[in-house]
Design a protein around this ligand. Structure first.
Ligand code: NAD
Length: 246
């Protein structure tokens, strides 16, 4: 087990990529602290992690709420005495064409997808610096590299996440903390549930592998990047898109 005894926080862990990542980390021997906006889905995820033998605790909170985030981090440190890994996965979409996008749509996506990443990372970093080691993994997107129609807000946030990743790689590397980002393509999760089947089929056709990705395929990358096998990977953005962008 590659993550035996490691303590990890996964945000947005109630469903989709976050739930798959929490379960993968649990299977690899980690103790998992799961956070999500929705209490019902966190409870389901905790259950799944405990079923494979892991210690799992949950927090229902909004990553945009700094006070709540600080409370979660204090709670994890009090219970487990350290935080080895943070997976900053929570994210939302509020799509609209640029001319039609409201200020509220723009702000809400920046607040969760960019400021939320800042909040949780800044809250865990003092513990990682004190330990002399840590891994921070940030959820970006291929949209954060290439942009996308209808996603001005999301693209701005996901480009921003790559900027944070590269800056923290420089600032925190000397303190023993590795920071990397993952940029998935189209992954079959509840985030895509509003997309009509015909559109999903067209999206699959654009991918050289001719299918959407599975949440577990992104979880595998997070687990690898968190493990000592990735000990010299720092400041990287790993694309997982089935070749979509080639
Ligand atoms: P999802 O919508 O299925 O799950 C996201 C989870 O995050 C949900 O459980 C939700 O309740 C939680 N969440 C939302 N806002 C939150 C907040 N403010 N605080 C705490 N939790 C919150 O999404 P997913 O497809 O699993 O996506 C996970 C991450 O991967 C997101 O950052 C997303 O932008 C990114 N991503 C997804 C895809 C894709 O195709 N699905 C592609 C590229 C990147």
């Amino acid at each position: 087990m590659r993550l035996n005894g490691k303590v990890v926080i996964v945000t947005g862990a109630g469903q989709g990529i976050g739930a798959a990542t929490a379960l993968k980390f649990a299977r690899e021997g980690a103790t998992v602290a799961l956070c999500d906006l929705r209490e019902d889905v966190v409870d389901r995820s905790i259950e799944a992690c405990r079923e494979v033998g892991a210690q799992a605790v949950g927090f229902a909170l909004d990553v945009a709420d700094r006070q709540a985030v600080d409370g979660m981090v204090a709670g994890v440190i009090e219970r487990f005495e350290r935080i080895d890994i943070l997976v900053n996965n929570a994210g939302i979409t509020r799509d609209a064409r640029f001319e039609k996008m409201t200020g509220e749509q723009f702000d809400s996506v920046i607040e969760v997808n960019l400021k939320g990443v800042f909040n949780v990372a800044q809250a865990v970093v003092p513990a990682m610096i004190a330990q002399g080691h840590g891994v921070i993994l940030n959820g970006s997107s291929v949209v954060g590299i290439y942009g996308n129609f209808g996603q001005t807000n999301y693209a701005a946030a996901k480009f921003g996440v790559i900027g944070l990743t590269k800056t923290w790689c420089r600032e925190l590397g000397p303190k023993g903390i590795r920071v990397n980002a993952v940029a998935p393509g189209f992954i079959q999760t509840p985030m895509l549930s509003t997309v009509p089947d015909a559109v999903l089929a067209r999206m699959s056709e654009q991918v050289p592998l001719r299918r959407l990705g599975r949440p577990e395929e992104v979880a595998n990358i997070y687990a690898f990047l968190a493990s000592d096998e990735a000990s010299y990977i720092n400041g990287a953005v790993i694309e997982a898109s089935g070749g979509l962008t080639v």
